[in-house]
Design a protein around this ligand. Structure first.
Ligand code: R5P
Length: 291
């Protein structure tokens, strides 16, 4: 159709300026669609390329475990200091004010508790429900080598397929069964399988030696879980070493919410993740902030 613009002003096509074709900062995500990249950019800070995720989904298998008895009291004060939340829909709806506007990685698996076989899980949250809660990503865990290995891989594939329909990325979590060793051989296998199935980022444990090889062999971003509670300095050292060897963030729970001062600890971990601060300096910061 003929242009009916009658304003009379000159148009500016800047014909001598080529349109920019920008790359994308996140490992393995260059060829994803816009919605996926938008959601991943909410989880991973585009300035540092990393993320500080707060994991408090433990109650879905453990009930009111230490530190999470009252999530309204223990978790809410931490929210402003993190980039992203990882929790169940129940925790989110009941305890987290929507006014914080934090991206959410939604725990979608169910079917097991600590009273029975942990790997016997199914998917209990639909992608529509996750989108209704404005989730930025979906997650489930896989038990490579575990009793229900096949079912947990099927759960992951299901989430990836459903998420792809709507542009929602999936985080694959490496759960380590009782008989497995958290070494680089096992974690390298587990993280690579998760990436090959099409997950968009993966959560695993830090290990020594060989974490750098786990990262190199995994074509998507790795974030580390904190694992059992450590003295604060040791937790900061672990986070530092993981970042130094290529992790793109942490998804930490107990080492934050069970710290002597969780609000101080979350800020100390943040400075390691985003500023690559030395652990001793971050520990000094923790002590300075500690009430
Ligand atoms: C376990 O139930 C969850 O996947 C946790 O989110 C995960 O273990 C991270 O929490 P933590 O840092 O306490 O290990």
């Amino acid at each position: 159709m003929v242009d009916r613009d009658t304003s009379g002003g000159d148009k500016s096509f800047s014909v001598d300026v080529p349109q920019k074709t920008e790359g994308y900062f996140l490992k393995g995500a260059q060829h994803l669609d816009w919605g996926m990249k938008d959601r991943l950019s909410r989880i991973f800070n585009p300035a540092s390329g990393r993320t500080l995720m707060l994991a408090f989904d433990h109650g879905y298998i453990m009930g009111p475990t230490s530190g999470l008895e009252r999530m309204d009291l223990s978790i809410v004060p931490l929210v402003e200091h993190v980039d992203c939340l990882m929790c169940t829909r129940g925790a989110l709806r009941t305890c987290i004010p929507p006014t914080y506007n934090k991206p959410l990685v939604m725990r979608c698996s169910t079917g097991a508790t600590i009273l029975k076989e942990l790997s016997d899980e199914v998917i209990g949250v639909s992608v529509e429900e996750a989108i209704r809660l404005n989730a930025s990503a979906l997650t489930t865990q896989v038990y490579i080598g575990g009793e229900h290995e096949r079912a947990t891989l099927d759960n992951l594939a299901h989430l990836i397929n459903e998420g792809m329909r709507y542009g929602v990325p999936t985080l694959g979590v490496t759960a380590v069964g009782r008989d497995m060793v958290r070494d680089s051989r096992y974690l390298g296998l587990a993280t690579r399988v998760i990436a090959e199935l099409g997950a968009h980022f993966v959560k695993t444990y830090y290990c020594e030696p060989g974490f750098d090889e786990v990262v190199a062999g995994c074509p998507i971003p790795i974030v580390i879980a904190g694992g059992k509670k450590l003295p604060e300095l040791e937790a900061l050292q672990m986070a530092y070493k993981a970042i130094d060897q290529g992790a793109l963030g942490v998804d930490m729970g107990r080492n934050i919410f069970l710290a002597d001062d969780p609000v101080a600890m979350v800020q100390a971990v943040r400075t390691v993740v985003h500023k690559f601060e030395k652990p001793e300096k971050a520990f000094q910061m923790y002590n300075d902030l500690k009430k």
